[in-house]
Ligand binder design. Structure first.
Ligand code: AVI
Length: 327
């Protein structure tokens, strides 16, 4: 018999079509044109991101999964018994499967903005792990989290893999951790994947894979603008660029206009010079100590950190303390 999923619709209505239009137009009017990275993830964008994770140059997924699979016993010890695991941006709930056999948790809460994706993946999880109480909340985890009332919140452990924290600006990452500190009860844990600073060649290769999947992922934004905002533009007149900005410690993704041109989006015209860019994403990289310091300021103490031998990627187990240093 299929197990039921406890579903909570905390639908973030504010991010509807109108706000996408407003945000995109605001970004296109700026001196350095930009677009929020969240607009890279429509259905096609999410599929392309899954493909990126399989590219040989994109090391984060491979290394993080290796760490989780190898360290699962240590992780289980830290998580302890009868906890609820809360996955932020659970998507396909794939990585959590590496942990579930060994963790002695009683319930799982997946939080994701994409309703259908969330329902499908948590239903499969409930089927495959019948002993697990599965909850799913359709919510934007960047907004303040509301924990479902009938969830066992005595011991909560957050799970935020994939170094998605790197897609926030550092001030946003700090605020995000501060928000988690407010949400999680004292003594809770946070298992989080963080990509590390490393040589330019490895970083740039990861975001410029030879098969061109990341390029398609980036360019898909323009197709999305055509589809959803009636944009009048030719995606072939743009190219993908990803560079490491060493000073700021981040990979920047841009769409480069290959010629002087005028495009229109939602009825408004925008001029691009040849070589001018639309900045579509930042992916910040941290040192282990730098990330731990940020976590400490938010009120989390480091209990364990694991990296691969080359120190390309890190997985941290943090524990929520009673007080924050920057309330
Ligand atoms: C989701 N996020 C952590 C990815 C990253 O590496 O910043 C998104 C991505 N963009 C291009 N490739 C992967």
């Amino acid at each position: 018999m299929a197990s039921a999923v406890h579903f909570y619709d905390q639908q973030p209505i504010a991010s509807g079509a109108r706000s996408m239009r407003e945000e995109i137009l605001e970004g296109l009017r700026a001196p350095q044109k930009y677009s929020s990275p969240k607009y890279l993830y429509d259905q096609r964008g999410s599929e392309l991101f899954e493909l990126i994770c399989q590219q040989p140059e994109y090391y984060p997924t491979r290394i993080e999964e290796g760490i989780l699979a190898t360290m699962v016993d240590e992780i289980a010890n830290l998580v302890g018994q009868n906890a609820t695991l809360m996955e932020l941006g659970s998507g396909a709930s794939r990585k959590v499967r590496l942990l579930l056999e060994c963790l002695q948790i009683t319930s799982y809460l997946g939080i994701d903005i994409s309703r259908d994706f969330l329902l499908e993946s948590t239903r499969k999880l409930a089927e495959d792990y019948p002993w697990l109480e599965v909850h799913a909340a359709c919510a934007d985890f960047c907004q303040r989290l509301r924990l479902p009332r009938n969830l066992n919140c005595e011991r909560l452990v957050g799970f935020f893999p994939g170094s998605s924290i790197g897609n926030f600006e550092p001030s946003g990452a700090q605020a995000f951790l501060g928000g988690l500190h407010r949400t999680l009860p004292k003594g809770s844990g946070l298992l989080i994947g963080v990509d590390l600073l490393k040589d330019r060649a490895t970083l740039e290769a990861a975001y410029n894979d030879a098969a061109g999947v990341t390029a398609q992922f980036n360019l898909n934004l323009l197709h999305r603008l055509e589809r959803e905002l009636g944009a009048n533009l030719d995606p072939d007149r743009f190219s993908h660029k990803a560079v490491f900005n060493e000073e700021l410690g981040r990979i920047e993704m841009h769409l480069v206009s290959t010629m002087a041109q005028v495009i229109s989006v939602a009825g408004e015209s925008f001029r691009f010079r040849a070589g001018e860019t639309l900045h579509t994403e930042n992916s910040y990289k941290y040192s282990v100590a730098g990330f731990q310091a940020m976590a400490r300021r938010a009120g989390f103490a480091s209990r364990a950190v694991w990296t691969d031998r080359q120190q390309h990627f890190s997985v941290h187990y943090l524990e929520r303390q009673g007080r924050r240093l920057n309330p």
